[in-house]
Design a protein around this ligand. Sequence first.
Ligand code: A3P
Length: 293
Amino acid sequence: MASPAETRKFEQFAYEITDVDGVPHMALIAEKLKTMKHRQLRQDDILLCTFPKSGTHWAWEILNMIVAGKAEYTKHWQNSAWLEYRTEEELEALTSPRVLHTHLLPRQLPESVWKLGCKIVFVQRNPKDCAVSCFSQVISQVWKDEEGMETVCFTGSWDDYLSCYQDGYIPYGLIFDYIRDWWKTAEQYNICQVHYKDMKQDCVNEIRRMAEYLDRPLPEKTYVEIAEACSFSNLKHANEKLKDQTYHFQWEPGTSGYFRKGKTGDWKNFFTVAQSEKFEKIYEARLNEPFPY
Ligand code: A3P
């Protein structure tokens, strides 16, 4: 049971948020998280690890195309393979090799990931752009409560949201701690680290790097075809118009959905100078290095 002070932290969120092992999470996945460490994965599972809004849909589609060996879209939205959100039965029904995605910290993952040596692709993005993208999502995505009442996921302003974000009072906690923990893990475990800005700059090169890491190299022509199929406009069209919509969430009419702008640097349209400076200071204190963007 959360204390009154803890409840206030999350009061502008439509859903209940609870602490699991020191990290805030949506209460609806708390039960699954309790048994997550004992989940049995498959040796050929590929884990796509990202903090929310880092380009997960984009990388997930690319990884599936690499596995398929061709630029063919998956039938379902990425949420169909969300490790901490789907049931074990739903994930069990997926054919190998599965591309599972997760926003969990390394220490929250199933122990079988490390024992089996599953491949891990870690995608990161400028945390300021992640914050803006996340805010844009939570003010447009529809949340249905147990009585069927619909509201947007977050009812506060940008200033309110940024304050929660940089204090780590959002589902999955503080982005800086997430990055720090994954960097530490990458010192001991062979992880393919990818950056959103590099995917924007030279997607073919990043696809090639991912394919080689997965020991699934493809002809150069296929990398180009995958990059083209996964361009912002093509992937948006495929998800919104071509795919089965079973695993898609509901958004407010007229909002842009998961595929919003697809750019680097949109943070400049949201952050004030003072907000940007404070954000960088927190980054620097948590990661012990200058803000790199
Ligand atoms: P914006 O809100 O800044 O537009 P995630 O998939 O982790 O939820 O991340 C969503 C973010 O990735 C959104 O950012 C979305 O537009 C962007 N994105 C999705 N597909 C993309 C693509 N093919 N190219 C560039 N950005 C993409």
